[in-house]
Write a protein that binds this ligand. Sequence first.
Ligand SMILES: *Cc1c(COP(=O)(O)O)cnc(C)c1O
Length: 355
Amino acid sequence: MRKIFFTPGPSELYPTLAKHQKAAEILQVGSVSHRGELFKKIFQETTENLRLLLGIPRDFHIFFTGSSLESMERIIQNCTISGSFHFINGHFSDEFYQIAKKLKKHAEKIEVPNGSGFDFSSVKIPNDSEIVCFTHNETSTGVSIPISEIYKLRIRYPKKIFVVDVVSSAPYVDMDFSKIDIAFFSVQKGFGLPAGLGVMIVSNRAILKSTLLAKGNYNVGSYHSFLSFLEKEKKYQTPETPNVLNIYLLGKVAGDMHKKGIAKIRDETDEKANIIYSFFQKHEKYRPFVKDSVYRSRTTVAIVTGGETKSIIKKLKKSGYIIGAGYGKYKDIHIRIANFPAHNKKDLVKMMVLI
Ligand SMILES: *Cc1c(COP(=O)(O)O)cnc(C)c1O
């Protein structure tokens, strides 16, 4: 039986992916040189389609990393001398903070209980925090930060570099790039691709910071620094031998999403999210983990099961539906359901009525 993956990542593959995988095989994408002409074309098409889909301005650069954890490390290395500031309300936001600490930076944080929102009006960011790091959609707990709160805070701190992890909210999140400096995601979540590729969207302001660090003899990383990415980007290349196949597939899927229309994709995501939340609001046993609807994720929903996670997962699996367990300490008491562009309403409803 063919399974349908509602897991938060890796997740269900985008419906047009199989077609592009076949085309890639015919083109022998897996064997082409990353210094050759075909790769340059692939690089151009993929970055162009991402710009069109997400509305990325020309003064932002698109860099390819191995994963989003790598992107976090590169961002800390390239943008901080003294320190970073982190908004923590779950596992992935904490991971960003831990990476800064492991790189021996002075990392500060505001931390609220898992699944809660932040009181932005009372936040004070220290002078020596040069970058401010947000996890827009905390996949571990299904809590999301209203993007407008991030913009408002940047008005209060115009000199700092604002970094937004949109790993599990892209391409749904509608970002105004004039109000942030760096965003990053991995392809195995909302883009419906196999894992193994991270995408960093980096402003010239952040590049300037990295240049200052490099000139000041700070460690900005070896083969992957903002400057090494930038130099190769001019030639439509990457510093290392990259995941050429996934860069190709990402370009094709981004192109298909653009053809379908990002507004339509966002509307469908909202419609499906409303179906999920209203279903669980009325459920006799299970409830959304995030109580305040303002902070509820539209793309990765966490549900409290009262310890019945294992039996729910087992039951759904029998019908071919794979959903996520809770993250970390919530393993046996939450379920997580992804709501990405690859998930259609019909399958979602068929799966949910079994819960
Ligand atoms: C999955 C995830 C990551 C890590 O992505 P990798 O591709 O595994 O490096 C980071 N942040 C968030 C919010 C995630 O959901």
